[in-house]
Write a protein that binds this ligand. Structure first.
Ligand SMILES: [Zn+2]
Ligand SMILES: [Zn+2]
Length: 268
């Protein structure tokens, strides 16, 4: 199985529009890992069920992200929530799927699909998309060609509610939770002892009041990773306050900052 990080930025991306900070300016340096588009990933797995490509979220930059990686069309989409940076690429993706004649099952808990329909009603109302867009409301689990998917409701702080997913294929378990402020005991149980854990962290340390925040910071994420002890952990949803080289060297050995285009081999 392969986990491909399409985008690893927060909702503003890096560089931010109009920002002259050192990290935003650094994206132009050769080899910089600070250039970050909206948070999304792809899981590639098979072969007993054929090669499958499942997308996790659809940022506004989706077309550029997937064409850079020569990926698509896709077999399914899992949506974590409908904040712009995770979701506004749905229209362009459906157009691409329609051109290739491939339906797009969209799996998410019912509340997320209701929000999606309300926010992008034109897609649901367009008859040329009707055969392509296949909303699949999920309870707590779904099966995608041998990939078992468990939805986790997570506390997104000021951002409301989001979902994370635990994805199991054979005996390999991977967690993807990009937008969580605090982990409930239930979430901790579900994310404990995974092979790969992906957590979102917007800043290295965000010293503002908790009620103003929506995603955990790197320091909290590292503590949580220590407690949950996955084999390997990756941090995504990074803002322009996180300089890749500077923060990467402060992380424990099993934890790494993800970057746009990173491909992780996950043995199954
Ligand atoms: Zn900046
Ligand atoms: Zn969000």
């Amino acid at each position: 199985m392969e986990l491909i990080f399409l985008g690893t930025g927060d909702e503003h991306g890096v560089p931010r529009i109009g920002c002259e900070c050192a990290v935003c300016r650094n994206v132009l340096s050769p080899g910089s890992r600070n250039y970050r588009t909206g948070p999304a990933a792809v899981l590639r797995y098979g072969p007993s069920y054929g090669q499958r490509l499942v997308l996790l979220d659809v940022p506004p930059e989706l077309r550029l992200q997937v064409t850079n990686q020569h990926l698509g069309p896709f077999d399914a989409l899992l949506l974590t929530h409908t904040h712009d940076a995770h979701f506004l690429g749905l229209g362009p993706l459906l157009t691409a799927q329609r051109e290739t004649g491939r339906p797009l099952p969209v799996h998410a808990p019912p509340q997320v699909l209701d929000d999606a329909r309300e926010r992008l009603a034109y897609l649901w109302n367009d008859k040329t998309y009707r055969r392509i867009l296949q909303p699949e409301p999920m309870g707590t689990t779904a099966d995608l060609w041998g990939l078992s998917v468990q939805a986790l409701r997570v506390d997104h702080g000021l951002g409301g509610t989001a979902y994370g997913y635990v994805l199991s294929y054979d005996d390999t378990r991977l967690g993807y939770v990009s937008d969580m402020l605090r982990a409930t005991p239930e979430v901790r149980r579900a994310l404990s002892g995974l092979d790969v854990l992906v957590l979102g962290a917007s800043h290295y340390y965000e010293g503002i009041e908790m009620w103003k925040r929506s995603v955990m910071d790197v320091m909290t994420a590292v503590e949580l990773i220590r407690e949950l002890s996955p084999r390997r952990a990756f941090l995504t949803h990074l803002s322009h306050t996180v300089d890749y080289d500077e923060v990467a060297e402060r992380l424990p050995a099993s934890t790494m900052l993800a970057y746009d285009g990173l491909v992780v081999e996950v043995p199954t």
